[in-house]
Write a new protein. Structure first.
Length: 204
């Protein structure tokens, strides 16, 4: 966090402070981004700002899978060509994007919106687990692929969710171990991730 009046301009200082709050953006990068915007025309900067505001105001959460969407139901859930009997369970939107890039998965998704983490105060009720159960009850789901990160929180969430869905007669699988322990899906290369989906194994 930048100290007040670090720069000669308070406006510049405030802008750099806001950019530095973004994940993965350090002080030097924040300053570089702000200076880059200053070189742009007022029209370009307005468009940039309006795009972010419109994103925040109008983006929706898909009623079915909880992925981000422009409409009430996302493009993936609306696609009649997708395998509607298979659900891939992921932590967040980044994971949907990562898996879609592989081109190896043609089923549906369910975005939990996090992982069970007592240290961070995140319990099962904070996640989209109950909505997953409702999907299983109301649809002809035959397989759920656990594609959560290979971390203690991910394994805890896997186990809890498995206990919740195991009584419905659905097949539960998990990614093959091409994805190393501790890896986050969004950082795994597409070839490895794609192969891990194809070669998925039974959870238990």
């Amino acid at each position: 966090m930048y100290q007040e009046n670090k720069y000669s301009s308070k406006l510049l200082n405030n802008a750099v402070e806001e950019f530095s709050k973004l994940p993965g953006i350090g002080g030097k990068t924040a300053l570089r981004l702000v200076l880059h915007l200053l070189k742009k025309s007022e029209e370009e900067v307005n468009l940039f700002g309006e795009t972010i505001i419109e994103l925040k105001k109008n983006i929706k959460k898909c009623k079915i899978c909880k992925n981000v969407s422009d409409d009430e139901i996302c493009e993936i859930c609306s696609d009649s060509e997708r395998d509607r009997k298979t659900i891939c369970l992921v932590e967040n939107i980044n994971d949907v994007i990562a898996i879609e890039k592989t081109g190896q998965y043609k089923g549906l998704y369910h975005v939990l919106g996090g992982l069970i983490s007592p240290m961070e105060g995140t319990g099962p009720d904070n996640l989209e687990i109950n909505s997953l159960i409702e999907r299983i009850k109301s649809s002809d789901i035959q397989e759920i692929i656990f594609a959560l990160n290979s971390t203690p929180e991910g394994e805890t969430t896997n186990y809890y969710t498995y206990k919740k869905v195991s009584g419905f007669g659905v097949r539960v699988t998990t990614l093959a171990k091409g994805v190393s322990v501790g890896s986050e899906l969004q950082y795994v290369d597409e070839l490895t991730l794609g192969r891990s989906i194809i070669d998925r194994i039974s959870f238990f």
